[in-house]
Design a protein around this ligand. Sequence first.
Ligand code: ZN
Length: 286
Amino acid sequence: MRDFSHDHSMLALNTATLGHNLEGHGAGWSPEQVIEACAERGLGGITFWRREIGRRAIEIGDRVRGAGMQVAGLCRTPFLTGPLAPPNRQAIIDDFKASIEMAHELGAPVLTIVTGGVIEGSHSITESLSRVQELVAAMAPVAADANVVLALEPLNPVYGGNRSCLVTVRDAIDMCQAIGADNVQIAIDVYHVWWDTSLAAELKRAGKGRIAGYHLCDWLADTTDVQLDRGMMGDGVADLRQIRAAVEATGYDGYCEVEIFSAANWWKRPPGEVLDTIVERFRAVC
Ligand code: ZN
């Protein structure tokens, strides 16, 4: 397992942690301000959200690399199923392709997939997962041509209804194996897997080269909002070292990406303070 106690070159910021320009949240920093602040503190990478990039993917990607960092990833594809997905299959495919194109232009090696919830009226998580699998399999070659890895991110089961019918690492690995494309992998996020005592065994089953991202935060014991009250590493109940050990046992040597949605706490603080805290906690408790 890597020792980060004196080294945060593999620390990446997911801009969600600063409010990622969500209406009414965060400090509203431009991508340029975020890049400069991360570079100043010696972070290694940044993962952006599409809403921040707009038509400036090439420019922003170059700016990140010019500052001595890498673009770690891009969030995310459209929802593929459920009540929040675009209205029809063609609209989903079009937006999926647009997200792949943006990742390519940005130089982001990884595009995250949040699957979307259960198909409306179906009452079937199985049917929903089949729909996801079919769409991801169809898009895998398009992503491969763009040098983009598609990362299926299983979400905490609390999101099963509307945001992600994919809620276990087990199902994510099964889907990867069923699709069988090298560029379809999984992302492991502490917020979504901290409770899962089968994590290490499942990741072992996945084998080498199946993890495309590792996302850090913490689960607050007294959390007040399952979407926007994530904890800073060290403030919650997740066994961060054990989870990272399970991830790295697969050979994963990529970024540790801090992704904290926190409307009532961290998004209200100055971004510089948030970034300083991230560096300190990463070295101390992750
Ligand atoms: Zn995540």
